[in-house]
Design a protein around this ligand. Structure first.
Ligand code: ZN
Length: 267
């Protein structure tokens, strides 16, 4: 039996996710563009800056980002590598606490402020319940990360995303089993560079693809972890899904769905 982890929810083979930092006022316009096209994203916020003046207000994050993910970006946007551990802990603990109060769910994601991190930072953040963190290092490919605490995006939105979208839609045969197109940026850059049409065109062209799972960062994290946590019999004819979400994969080329907590004989 040849098992391949090559399917997202509903047996889709590709995923698209967006990741935007700093919680600035122009996120409103970006969310509208995402919503119009069924694109989903994650917004990494510094809760001490969310006063509504140039930023989104802390009291409106549940409404503004409804349908998307609210995620940490530390409390004050410091350089993490040059701080005492005690301050680092406060940066995450307080950010999570303030965001969770308004978002109404556990906030488990992060993007590193200034893209800066080292092993101590990773260890501290992980100890505080952070399960993934995005860097600013472009891979320029479409792979799923091995280590979600060093989640390198495909590219910044200035990285030729329309051309990359064409490749994503029509990839050559030898590509990763599960394709993931991950774009990051700041929505104020569209104001600064006067190029909102770039993201509008991208989202219009990326909308409605049947083989694409449109998801937030944490939805992708949770799905991939559930996929990796499947338990198989030694001959791979029985599978057990211990997670709380349904998981898909292929067995000898056949699409298989395993329900949460289900033990399934693969025929
Ligand atoms: Zn930032």
């Amino acid at each position: 039996m040849r098992i391949v982890f090559n399917l997202y929810p509903d047996a889709k083979t590709k995923a698209l996710t967006m990741s935007y930092d700093d919680g600035v006022a122009s996120d409103r316009r970006l969310v509208e563009i995402f919503n119009k096209n069924g694109i989903k994203g994650t917004f990494h916020l510094n809760s001490s800056k969310l006063f509504g003046d140039g930023h989104i207000g802390i009291n409106e994050i549940d409404k503004v980002y409804n349908g998307h993910e609210v995620s940490c970006h530390t409390l004050t946007h410091p350089f993490p590598n040059t701080m005492p551990r005690e301050s680092l802990i406060n940066e995450i603990y307080e950010d999570r606490k303030k965001l969770e109060e308004k978002a109404g769910y556990p906030v488990r994601g992060l993007s590193y402020p200034f893209g800066e991190y080292n092993q101590t930072v990773i260890d501290q953040f992980r100890a505080l319940g952070i399960v993934y963190s995005r860097t600013t290092k472009s891979t320029n490919n479409y792979g799923v990360p091995e280590d979600f605490m060093q989640w390198h995006p495909t590219c910044h939105h200035s990285g030729d995303i329309l051309k990359k979208l064409e490749y994503f839609k029509n990839p050559p045969k030898r590509v990763p089993n599960l394709m993931l197109f991950y774009i990051w940026g700041h929505s104020y850059e569209f104001n600064d560079n006067n190029n909102w049409e770039l993201i509008e065109e991208f989202c219009e062209k990326a909308a409605g693809m049947e083989d694409v799972y449109y998801a937030t960062n944490i939805e992708i994290y949770d799905y991939i972890v559930a996929l990796r946590n499947l338990v198989f019999s030694v001959d791979c004819t029985i599978v057990y899904n211990p997670s709380g979400i349904p998981v898909w994969f292929t067995a000898d080329g056949k699409k298989i769905k395993v329900e949460p907590n289900q033990t399934l004989k693969i025929i």
